[in-house]
Write a protein that binds this ligand. Structure first.
Ligand code: F6P
Length: 559
């Protein structure tokens, strides 16, 4: 197998390694005092303002990072992706989720075939179907309108749609369009999740969407069978055709399950699960809830054209956004040695952003070998986590301020989805929230010195406790508002940032072999549980620890 050199062997990587020492000598306080530098580290793009001046980086750092991008052949890799080459080599697939956002009429080929007409054929089918359900033209088996939708799916067939739904719920325009309707997500195979979703639901008014790329995922299929039984028991088996539809790439298994293939919404193996929110995976359930017109907006951002036109050698400040963010992540992880990233949206509507990005980022870039299968001498991927501000401030920010250094993404919104509630306060609720959004990055960057504390007459025994070292990097992203379009921008930013990181690290960001071992061991346990419960067979073939735990479990739980 021909292997390409690892990125860490290039001069560009070595140059950045050496550069770390210079950066470590300079505190962010100093860097922030250079207004010219700060000005050069702000980008306005498509209504967004990105300020990355609080990164531990100089203008020189970015020159070196650009060289790293060149050494990693980033531009060529982006082009290969857009040209439909099978860059997901371990699964022999192209990676074309970008085509899901392509305007009607554009051309993006996979294996010499333009996939954009297929994308739009499914979108048109979703538009038509969702309008029929929403208008009451499509009714349930007893003639009642279907006002509740339960989307069954897990991982990429759940987290992105849940994020968008949670973000749209409080947008007045979207909320009005969803009036009288409810969207539920059943993901976990835990019977508690089934109970939470089905309790109080009337099967007569419920439409179920089974979302699974493979249509083999154990949790989703068991939940789908459970809900199919719930419908059959209440309305008879013939009702399934009216009450269950699906989204999948495996239409054969969909039909075998008992869902009319006419009510199946396709997508393709060139869409990775975690990148599928703009396919029928997200568009169908969200169109049923909010109408196709609103949903179409989150999947149409200008990023497509931007990426197509990208040129690493001649990056304009605007086209640089996604690449820049990806390069900064590589800088923080691989050079400064900060393995985690906190995603901190100052908007409750974005509460499911971090869980979604956890999958997009960690399932994509948590790899141990290069795309050629060579074990890597450097770590890849970030540990992503987060909570909306200000909730997170009262939870884990202590560690971020005085414990470990964790680069933070602060995301703020200029115009809240919701109006001011209380008049006569010092500031509005939204201003109060945003005061924290503006304050936290400076607290992290500047910190507080013992000298400052002494001036404030802080008792000497508390000086070290109250000292903040500062020099903790963050970036601030300010969105004009939070509507379907801006939500789509956020999705695109994180998706492409993750891809850029993976391209630079030289890994395959589009496979996920790491989830397989646990699945196959669960199959072994499942067989044992069946054999023990149904035939009283002894536990066999497990190590002492697992056998002991299984014995205890089988003793106490009677099904
Ligand atoms: O967790 C592994 C995974 O394969 C994800 O990549 C995927 O999003 C999820 O399971 C669900 O898969 P499917 O859509 O095939 O049910």
């Amino acid at each position: 197998m021909a292997t390409s050199a690892l990125i860490c062997e290039t001069d560009a990587w070595k140059d950045l390694r050496a550069h770390v020492e210079d950066i470590k000598k300079t505190h962010l306080r100093e860097l922030m005092s250079d207004a010219k530098r700060c000005q050069s580290m702000m980008i306005e793009f498509d209504g967004l303002l990105l300020d990355y001046s609080r990164q531990c980086a100089t203008v020189d750092t970015f020159t070196k990072l650009n060289k790293l991008a060149e050494a990693a052949h980033l531009k060529e890799k982006i082009n290969l992706m857009f040209n439909g080459e099978r860059i997901n080599s371990t699964e022999n697939r192209s990676v074309l989720h970008v085509a899901l956002r392509a305007p009607r009429g554009s051309v993006i080929n996979s294996d010499g075939k333009n996939v954009v007409p297929d994308v739009w054929q499914v979108l048109d089918k979703i538009k038509e179907f969702s309008e029929r359900v929403r208008s009451g033209a499509w009714v349930g088996a007893t003639g009642k309108a279907l006002t509740n939708v339960v989307a069954i799916g897990i991982g990429g067939s759940f987290l992105g749609p849940l994020f968008v739904h949670t973000a749209l719920q409080t947008d007045p325009e979207a909320a009005q369009l969803a009036s009288g309707r409810k969207l539920h997500f059943l993901a976990n195979v835990d019977p508690i999740d089934v109970a939470r979703n089905l309790t109080g639901l009337n099967p007569e008014t419920t439409l179920v969407v089974v979302v699974s790329k493979t249509f083999t995922t154990a949790e989703t299929m068991l939940n789908a069978r459970t809900v199919r039984e719930w419908i059959s028991a209440a309305l008879g088996p013939q009702a399934v055709a009216k009450h269950m539809v699906s989204v999948s790439t495996n239409l054969t298994l969909v039909e075998k399950f008992g869902i009319d293939p006419n009510n199946a919404f396709a997508f393709w193996d060139w869409v990775g699960g975690r990148y599928s929110v703009c396919s029928a995976v997200g568009v169908l359930p969200l169109s049923l809830q909010y109408g196709f017109a609103v949903v179409e907006k989150y999947s149409s951002s200008k990023e497509l054209q931007v990426l197509i036109n990208i040129s690493i050698q001649h990056l304009s400040r605007k086209t640089y956004l996604y690449v820049l963010l990806g390069l900064l992540s590589v800088w923080n992880v691989s050079f400064l040695g900060y393995p985690a990233r906190a995603i901190l949206p100052y908007s409750q509507a974005l509460e499911k952003l971090a869980p979604h990005i956890q999958q997009v980022s960690m399932e994509s870039n948590g790899k141990g070998v290069s795309i050629d299968g060579v074990p890597l001498p450097y770590e890849t991927g970030e540990i992503d986590f987060g909570e909306p501000g200000t909730n997170g401030q009262h939870s884990f920010y202590q560690l971020i301020h005085q414990g470990r250094v964790i680069p933070c993404d602060f995301i703020g919104v200029v115009k809240s989805q919701q109006p001011v509630y209380l008049k006569g306060e010092l500031v509005s609720n939204h201003d109060e929230l945003m005061s924290n959004f503006f304050a936290q990055p400076d607290a992290l960057a500047y910190g507080k010195t013992p000298e400052q504390l002494l001036k404030e007459n802080v008792p000497s025994n508390l000086i070290t406790h109250k000292t903040f070292s500062g020099n903790r990097p963050s970036l601030s992203l300010l969105l004009p508002s939070l509507n379907a379009y801006n939500i789509g921008q956020l999705l695109a930013i994180y998706e492409h940032r993750v891809a850029v990181e993976g391209f630079v690290w030289g890994i395959n960001s589009f496979d996920q072999w790491g989830v397989e071992l646990g699945k196959s061991l669960a199959t072994q346990v499942r067989k044992q549980l069946h054999a023990s419960r149904k035939k009283g067979e002894q536990i066999e073939g497990f190590n002492f620890s697992t056998a002991t735990l299984l014995t205890r479990y089988l003793e106490d739980v009677v099904l």
